[in-house]
Design a binder for this molecule. Structure first.
Ligand code: C2E
Ligand code: MG
Ligand code: MG
Ligand code: MG
Length: 281
């Protein structure tokens, strides 16, 4: 028995692990067909201006309607797409969808509307043999006759961690094309504060783990307040993620936070539902 326990601790390939690995392999194979079969779709979540409750921004969030397993979230399949390289094709599709949606909402309802799109570091590394992402995204803008500031590119700290001249150049090119750049999940990675100064970043998104336990006396409030103060001093705006209660929203507003996103205001929903809920005509 002692020997068996020792084996488990050493991480032998158990039947459960084998099952999980098989499941990932199957999903990864299915994903190859998902785009062509039109199983991927996007939901939009409102980003609310805390000062006046207005909504002029949304985040595009990718979902997969799997033929037998139902709707699968990006936390499960985006990592698979990154490993297989499919994320390049999928990412280009997401970008085009979001750009078209921004174009539509800008012309029909709100000329300043912005949609943010998540980008994984893998998409920034493709330039070796292909063209830089900033070029292909600028081409999309031109095709649609859309201003760059209609779109915000969400990157994560891991991109800055491995940052080299190439990443710096691409972020600068995105800016030159008019895109806004947003740093997602701030506080969960290990990026040094020096990066915030070095790279062209417009928005900081405070990760939901710091928002979850916000209370007047909690240390998380001190942390959020410090992040907001620092971001403002560096000329950035701040979005709080995962805001679920009126108390959290009130504390964030008092701390000077600019925007909030979370179930309190609305879940990610279809473009049609988003129009019904948020667009004033
Ligand atoms: P993220 O960019 O940090 O997105 C926020 C996540 O928090 C979303 O999960 C959203 O549904 C969830 N959320 C929003 N409000 C609340 C709340 O009040 N409470 C809680 N508990 N959760 C909330 P989702 O949609 O599952 O996406 C997970 C991650 O997948 C995203 O995190 C993003 O990193 C990635 N992702 C989504 N779409 C894409 C995409 O098109 N491309 C890439 N590369 N990654 C994507
Ligand atoms: Mg995001
Ligand atoms: Mg986030
Ligand atoms: Mg995330």
């Amino acid at each position: 028995a002692a020997k068996a326990a020792g084996r488990n601790r050493l991480g032998y390939f158990t039947p459960e692990l084998q099952q999980a690995a098989l499941q990932r392999m199957r999903l990864s194979n299915d994903l190859r067909e998902a785009l062509a079969r039109q199983e991927l779709f996007i939901e939009y979540q409102a980003i609310v201006d805390l000062r006046n409750g207005e909504v002029h921004k949304a985040e595009a969030l990718l979902r997969w309607r799997h033929p037998s397993q139902g709707v699968i979230g990006p936390g499960v399949f985006v990592p698979l797409a990154e490993t297989s390289g499919l994320i390049l094709e999928i990412g280009a599709w997401v970008f085009m969808q979001a750009a078209q949606q921004a174009k539509q909402w800008r012309s029909r309802f709100d000329s300043g509307f912005q949609i943010s799109v998540n980008k994984s570091p893998v998409q920034f590394r493709q330039q070796a043999d292909n063209m830089p992402v900033s070029t292909s995204w600028s081409d999309t803008l031109q095709q649609l006759d859309l201003d760059g500031d209609a779109l915000t590119i969400e990157i994560t700290e891991s991109l800055l961690l491995e940052a080299d001249d190439e990443v710096e150049a691409q972020l600068a090119a995105l800016h030159a094309a008019g895109f806004q750049v947003s740093l997602d999940d701030f506080g969960t990675g290990f990026s040094s504060l020096a990066y915030l100064q070095k790279y062209a970043i417009d928005l900081l998104k405070i990760d939901q783990r710091f928002v979850r336990n916000l209370r007047p006396d909690a240390k998380d409030l001190a942390l959020c307040t410090a992040i907001i103060t620092m971001a403002h001093a560096l000329g950035m705006k701040v979005v709080a993620e995962g805001v679920e209660t009126p108390e959290q929203a009130a504390l964030l507003l008092a701390a000077g936070c600019d925007y909030a996103q979370g179930y309190l205001f609305g879940r990610p929903i279809s473009a049609a539902d988003f129009e019904r809920q948020w667009v004033k005509t």
